[in-house]
Design a protein around this ligand. Structure first.
Ligand code: AGP
Length: 592
């Protein structure tokens, strides 16, 4: 969950580290720190955001250094627990992303040998352990230390008087960026894309010895030649470009993402990829967490309705603790980041059982993409806001494509779906222009403490997603419910201070939903209906209507999602919340 960065080159490291750390903040932002190497190591760290540390930092000269943005796991966010951590003599500095599971045992052992610890973290043991093994070769000492450590990690190590960085990863992401006489190491590509587009993806177990003009990677005891990938993420993709928040910018990108996703279908090779995913299978399981889980729930409706294949959708975090794993013919794992620990654990188990897996992810080279049989990239570009928005829409598009381009669907259904999907982006553009209705609703919700979202059928998951989005960024308590379920308990919570957002679509669920809305109104709750049509059926039974474009039922989650995303965004904005970096959260959740 934390972000780590390393730099070695000819330029002053301090400014570069701060720049990259600000781009890594979405991974954790409760505290941060840097260490600059050279003859001696100088370090500064603090509780709070990178900008606060940067503004108060003295100038530290040096052309190599490491930095860290933290999402606390062991120990409260404060300057002592912030990284980098040091050995006893302040000669070895380490930044770490991950969790060490045998830390108590290792700390005990090190204390018995006279090591003194200052923080409450598990990470601090790493420099101490390296110090124990150091006999003149830093890489050797790092490798020996890592042999003793259990858990997940990506680390960068700096030692005084050595013009090298050592980096290593195990189940936490780490990439190396190469430029002219300078090298970057980072938790992800967007952190360093301003400086280079030449990226080397480290694999689990790799250790890299990095100087400004040379990288030596050791994999399975052998030094390998690094494979350099030229990636096409641009700086504008990681800037706000005039928007107040990344979240709004990312929602505004959705029509383009839909178009790009459908453009992939003009290439026969891509179409073939979609044909291959669902073939002769008798059951499918979809796994994911949070928003990606909600995409999976929509996927169930799409696949079951269009293909008639039963789909089980599982919270990946729950699956991990089952005594018995039921293995379906196909498992689709959905994970924007491709690094969510709760998804990686079952995915690895499935891989070991030789079960067939496909991953839908937005991050090229992510761990999930490397442990599955096939990968569908969502190509949504970097998503910086902690709240997933455009990547959710892109995940839905992948689910539509694997369904309607599957080798087992009839041609008419495919052509119909294709024609309808092609019209959606234009409709979404028009909807985004009528922003005021979402602003008004957001303002109204911002004055309340409890909100319900209800939906039926394929829009039930969108009610869940609307509630997740609202609570995540506005801190308003929100619940998503199936329209028919709300009377089975939650009715007890309804009163004039509890608004209900109802998703009403012209489909088989419409009449039942209208009955639910009337029942809610009778309990005095304000009802705001998100509807694809405004007619006499809903006159007088709602306090406000938000109109979304009419699209066929199976595609209605696209427009309804964008509506609930915007409502959540404006709700949080009216409350003055830190929308892109909500408290206690992190974009990539690499702990179980
Ligand atoms: C979404 O807004 C959340 N930040 C969160 O629920 C997220 O979807 C979840 O952590 C899963 O992440 P992933 O898609 O990267 O696996």
């Amino acid at each position: 969950m934390c972000g780590i960065i390393g730099y070695i080159g000819n330029r002053e490291a301090q400014a570069i580290l701060f720049n990259c750390m600000s781009r890594l903040e979405y991974r954790g932002y409760d505290s941060c720190g840097i260490a600059i190497g050279g003859k001696n190591i100088h370090s500064i760290k603090n509780k709070g955001r990178v900008i606060e540390l940067q503004e108060n930092a003295p100038r530290i000269e040096g052309t190599l250094g490491i930095g860290h943005t933290r999402w606390a796991t062991h120990g409260t966010p404060n300057a002592v627990n912030a990284h980098p951590h040091f050995d006893c003599h302040g000669k070895i500095a380490v930044v770490h992303n991950g969790i060490i599971t045998n830390y108590l045992q290792l700390i005990r052992k090190l204390k018995n040998k006279g090591h003194e610890f200052v923080s409450e973290t598990d990470s601090e043991l790493i420099p101490h352990l390296i110090e124990e093994y150091y006999c003149g070769d830093l890489q050797d000492a790092v490798e020996k230390a890592l042999d003793e450590i259990e858990g997940t990690l990506a680390i960068i190590v700096l030692k005084e008087d050595i013009e090298e960085l050592i980096a290593s990863r195990r189940n936490s992401p780490l990439v190396i960026g190469i430029a002219e006489n300078e090298v970057f190491v980072a938790s992800d590509v967007p952190a360093i894309v301003e400086f280079t587009n030449k990226i080397v993806y480290l694999e689990d177990g790799d250790t890299a010895r990095i100087s400004k003009d040379k990288i030596r990677i050791k994999r399975n005891e052998v030094t390998i030649t690094p494979v350099i990938n030229e990636i096409n993420v641009t700086k504008t993709e990681i800037e706000k470009n005039g928007f107040d928040h990344f979240m709004l910018k990312e929602i505004r990108e959705e029509p383009e993402i839909i178009e790009q996703s459908l453009d992939m279908l003009t290439n026969e090779k891509n179409i073939d990829e979609y044909r291959q995913v669902i073939r002769e299978v008798s059951d499918i399981s979809i796994i994911g967490c949070g928003t990606s889980y909600h995409a999976g729930l929509v996927g169930k409706y799409i696949i079951e309705e269009a293909l008639g294949i039963p789909v089980r959708v599982e919270l990946a975090s729950e699956l991990n603790h089952r005594h018995r794993m039921i293995i379906p013919d196909l498992t689709i794992a959905i994970t924007q980041s491709g690094e969510t620990a709760d998804v990686l654990v079952p995915l690895k188990k499935l891989h070991q059982c030789q079960a067939h897996t496909t991953v839908i992810t937005n991050v090229y080279g992510s761990t999930a993409s490397r442990i599955s049989d096939s990968v569908l990239y969502t190509h949504a570009g970097p998503e910086i806001s902690v709240a997933a928005t455009k990547t959710f829409i892109a995940q839905l598009l992948e689910l539509y494509k694997i369904t309607f381009y599957s080798s087992i669907i009839d041609t008419d259904s495919r052509m119909y779906a294709h024609k309808e999907l092609m019209c959606i982006s234009e409709k979404v553009k028009q909807m985004l222009e009528n922003d005021v209705q979402f602003q008004r609703c957001g303002e109204f919700l911002s004055e309340h403490n409890e909100v319900f979202f209800i939906g039926r059928g394929i829009n039930f998951p969108i009610a869940l997603e609307g509630a997740l989005k609202l609570k995540e960024i506005s801190y308003i308590h929100a619940e998503g419910y199936a329209g028919g379920e709300i009377k089975h308990g939650p009715f007890a919570l309804l009163d004039e201070n509890t608004p209900v957002i109802a998703l009403l679509t012209r489909d088989g669920t419409r009449d039942a939903m209208i009955s639910n809305i009337k029942e809610i109104q009778a309990r005095k709750s304000p009802v705001i209906v998100i509807s694809d049509s405004q007619d006499k059926d809903i006159d007088g039974i709602t306090d406000a209507v938000i109109t979304v474009p009419q699209v066929p039922y199976l595609f209605s989650p696209i427009v309804n999602t964008i509506a609930v995303q915007l409502i959540a965004y404006y709700g949080a904005k009216f409350k003055g919340c830190p929308i892109d970096n909500p408290r206690n959260l992190a974009k990539t959740v690499t702990v179980e």
